[in-house]
Design a protein around this ligand. Structure first.
Ligand SMILES: Cc1cc2nc3c(=O)[nH]c(=O)nc-3n(C[C@H](O)[C@H](O)[C@H](O)COP(=O)(O)OP(=O)(O)OC[C@H]3O[C@@H](n4cnc5c(N)ncnc54)[C@H](O)[C@@H]3O)c2cc1C
Length: 438
């Protein structure tokens, strides 16, 4: 692997800033196009922290069409997401798996309304339908999919590397312009095309930052299905069976306008109370379950005047800004591959218009060749994370690579053997940042 010092002053075809799913997906697409066509592209992906450190590692982990967007008549978005859901289930079976959802309903009107919504969802899915839904009766149900979203980021990075891209973490970029980037340490790298995939860190007046938070409680019920609850305020709250170290339930999400910096994102007491109150109403036996963990991240949504945080569309925008930098904004994790393809088309049209790279779409059918099941045993998992994922700190390992941070309340004695793999540092910081407040 190159160090950034070695790359100073070098020229790349494309430099991508941001190692979330959008940056990693684009790096894989471009590297794969170059490899298949024989027109080798020099691609550099730069991440300031660790892979999946932003929203891509801290979301609801669902690969879904988005049943609730039907309420906003976002049919095109739902259809595209359902098609991508089908594709990811086929191409990434190691990280994306089908998950059945039961819908809570209060009264006959709810049942008829949501039953019709599920029927429409299945029609839009077409041959990408996963399993049999239930539109009538006591319990409405439908199928979607879940993933380990940080793992899929890392798989995209590993694939991009496999096909020749240079991917470096721990490299914050200070300045981007149409001909290159400058890192915070002053090193400059030149590029024919610069792509801004910094997600919530993109500074654009067109973006509205909306915070979404989750809480984690012990498993609410033993069966392996999720519950979807349409709340009276228009939000959908998911109860998702989760956890490989301990069986837990992931509960979220909220939608709160975020006024602070993208580096300061944490759940508020009000958000915890809101999620716990809904949980207690639907699952009274869980009212006093201990809070095991919580996490928050930001949705950078394209502002739509007059719309609430919840009803603002999840559509994306991929366009060159006034400085000539290609910005990837908005969208959903589920549609990352399609977004990467659209962005790659714009990149190759700029850097190699005659090479025919705009007419090949390899990520539509190409399975992941470097993908691997993550081991469950702690020692093997540590070894895998360090060797295969480039995992470098206790925080990276616990909050992103494994999600173990949220699966129990940790003590420093329990963390010590894990931290030893990272030189024994980071325990105090980990406990102060990730111990739940109540
Ligand atoms: C609470 C919540 C739940 C969600 N749940 C789902 C879901 O279940 N399914 C779904 O489809 N979608 C979901 N989404 C949406 C989805 O997670 C996002 O659309 C997606 O993760 C955005 O990815 P990204 O790569 O654009 O951004 P990010 O993942 O935030 O990546 C941006 C990266 O840029 C890096 N970066 C920032 N500044 C710099 C710099 N100066 N130099 C170098 N690197 C930099 C950051 O460290 C970060 O890693 C959810 C969103 C939220 C907020």
């Amino acid at each position: 692997m190159h160090s950034i010092e070695e790359l100073a002053g070098q020229h790349f075809d494309a430099v991508i800033v941001g190692g979330g799913i959008n940056g990693a997906g684009l790096a894989r697409d471009l590297a794969l196009r170059g490899s298949i066509s024989g027109f080798r592209l020099r691609i550099l992906l730069l991440e300031k922290s660790f892979w999946g450190h932003g929203t891509s590692g801290r979301n609801s982990h669902l690969i879904h069409g988005g049943l609730r967007y039907l309420k906003n008549f976002d049919f095109r978005l739902v259809r595209e997401a359902l098609e991508e859901r089908g594709r990811l289930l086929r191409l990434c079976p190691h990280t994306v798996r089908p998950l059945r959802f039961e819908l809570t309903c209060e009264g006959l009107f709810d049942k008829l309304f949501y039953g019709a919504g599920i029927a429409l969802y299945d029609i839009l899915a077409g041959h990408h339908r996963i399993g049999a839904s239930s539109y009538f009766g006591q319990r409405l149900s439908y199928w979607d999919a879940a993933s380990d979203s940080a793992a899929l980021v890392i798989d995209n990075v590993r694939e991009a590397r496999h096909y020749g891209a240079t991917c470096l973490w721990g490299r914050p970029v200070k300045r981007l312009w149409n001909e290159g980037v400058e890192l915070t340490n002053g090193i400059r790298v030149k590029a024919s095309c610069v792509i801004d995939a910094r997600g919530p860190w993109i500074q654009s007046p067109a973006l509205r930052l909306v915070r979404g938070s989750h809480i984690v409680l012990p498993r609410l019920y033993p069966e392996n299905y999720a519950t979807a609850h349409f709340h009276s305020d228009g939000r959908i709250i998911f109860f998702i069976p989760w956890g490989d170290l301990h069986p837990v339930t992931l509960i979220g999400t909220t939608d709160v306008d975020h006024g602070a910096s993208a580096d300061q994102v944490a759940i508020s007491g009000g958000e915890i109370d809101y999620l716990r109150a809904i949980t207690a109403r639907l699952f009274p036996h869980a009212a006093n379950f201990p809070l095991l963990g919580s996490f928050s991240s930001l949705r950078p949504l394209i502002s739509t005047p007059g719309r609430s945080a919840t009803s603002t569309s999840r559509e994306h925008s991929i366009a060159f800004n006034a400085q000539g930098v290609l910005e990837i904004q908005g969208g959903k994790y589920t549609t990352y591959r399609a977004m990467a393809e659209e962005a790659a088309n714009k990149v190759v049209a700029k850097i190699a218009p005659e090479a025919g790279l705009g007419a090949i779409f390899p990520t539509r059918e190409q399975p992941f060749v470097v993908a691997t099941e993550r081991p469950r045993d702690v020692a093997a998992r540590l070894d895998f994370a360090r060797r295969e994922e480039g995992c470098s700190t206790l925080e990276h390992f616990m909050t992103c690579s494994t999600n173990w941070a949220w699966q129990k309340r940790w003590t420093s004695d329990e963390l010590r053997p894990i931290a030893a793999a990272f030189g024994g540092v980071g325990i105090d910081e980990f406990l102060s940042r990730y111990s739940p407040c109540s």
